[in-house]
Ligand binder design. Sequence first.
Ligand code: HEM
Length: 536
Amino acid sequence: MIFTGNTPDLYSAPHGFAYHHALSATYGRVFKIHMFAGEEQIYLSDTRALTHVLVRDTHVFDETPAMMSEFYYCFGPGLIAVRGDTHKKYVSPPGRRAVRQRKMIQPLFGAAHIRALTPTFFGIAYQLSDVIRARVSAACASDTGKPSKHASRQPSAVIDLWKWASRAALEGVGIGTLGYSFDALNDGTEDNAFMVAVRELPYTVYPLRKFMPICIWCMRNLPVWLQHVLARLTPLPRVQKVRRIVETMQRNSEALYAAKKAALRAGNVEAAAQVVKANMAAAANEKESLPDEEVLGQMNTFVAAGHDTMSSALARLLHSLAHDLPRQRRLRQEITQARTETFGELDFRTVTTLPFLDAVYRETRRLYAPAPFQHRTATEAISIPLSAPIELSNGELISELPIAKGQTVLVAIEAVNRDPAIWGPDANTWMPERWLAELPPSVHTAEVPGTFSHTLSFLGGNRSCIGMKYAEVELKTVLIALVENFEFAPAPGQEELKWRLSLVQNPALPGREHLEKPELPLLVTIVKDAEAQRVA
Ligand code: HEM
């Protein structure tokens, strides 16, 4: 305990959430936590101070070396794993021009591109609904010899929706960013190695965070070839599994990249991945372009960042609605009415303007941020202002928080999103209606430095989530298709699910938290038959 500090509790998958909630409730918005080998970090949910960490003083607060090393090892030099000038600007080798990664990638996640992708998202959403329908029908048929449909009882079955949330997320990010279908929504498709690797990465790598200080030392002090030799020789099975996953992802991205470049050279623009297309066009025009390893880094990053967060987010939306049938019915009614009013043609405008759908989406993102915290490390000593003075253990009152050079701040995303002083006494309750009324003045005065609806779910500042709008439109589209076609309810005998802390949160059945694979069993009932769906 003296050596590990609070680290085991802070990162504990099964108990981590309860521990974080208890810490905030007990110690407030600013306090110290004790990490591995005596390191002290600052646990921060004071919004004024966080504005400095995430927005105003980003020249001081950088991504934590531990996280950068982890991302770099897993994905290569993609947007999430590069810092400072490289994040904005590639420091070019002689003869090459400099290119800003974020600037170059931004259009791929801009409103115009997302609008153009909306029919693709609908295609994925209806494929998902078809596969769930087929599963329910098959389960009913195997129970009774034929699908159990009669006047009073629609076909229903318990389905593990984690598997399908994960597959839909993969298909979305594959088609949307790489122009590549994993064929993940074809019921007969077995998981291929790439799919398994992407899916298993977050919960395989997460428990290794306790060894991060050792990894960082190696990455800072050893040549890359020696790091790879050491990774191969490390006897921990988990390290070997991560290594295999990373190699699989890299191999598949390389093959895909080669195929996309070849397609583009052969004049098949449609078949090219957006990022490859944009980069090759830039290079052809002698404009700023990324070297191959950075394009590969983006491909790995998009797949991982898009898959993990999106499957967690969709799972939370379905789970919340399953536990609240009246609100689920209200949402279904809104969607059905929109379908009638638009003569069946739901589009980008419908997706982004349905008020209750929007309220459900915002509330779920507020209460259940897939990534409940992040880290930033000060590259020099600095003092940042606090919203309200705090009392130190020696009785001294301070209104500026001193942060030492090298000290890490834990950005407590979830604590801000659930702060009762901001959101009111019902801050911990899932209540979509709060978004349909005027938000309390405290939400505005808090000045949360986040890019999404006064929350930190997509963080804020120069490293906020680039996929925010992409996520919103895809998730809402999928929700429209699913809620219109099915009713979701807790699975009998499996009503309680436990949400585990990981790189992004994921569900498990009580007593099965030790199993790495997440599970989301829900009772799915078909409420709109296939014929009606086709007519719509
Ligand atoms: C509900 C879904 C999502 C949530 C909650 C989410 C959340 C976040 C958060 C909190 C960060 C900051 C991480 C950090 O500071 O280390 C981030 C960064 C990032 N996200 Fe997302 N994300 C989501 C979906 C997506 C999607 C769909 C994509 C791409 C297809 C994506 C791509 C990225 C990338 C590339 C970054 C790094 C940005 C940078 O460093 O400049 N995210 N995301």
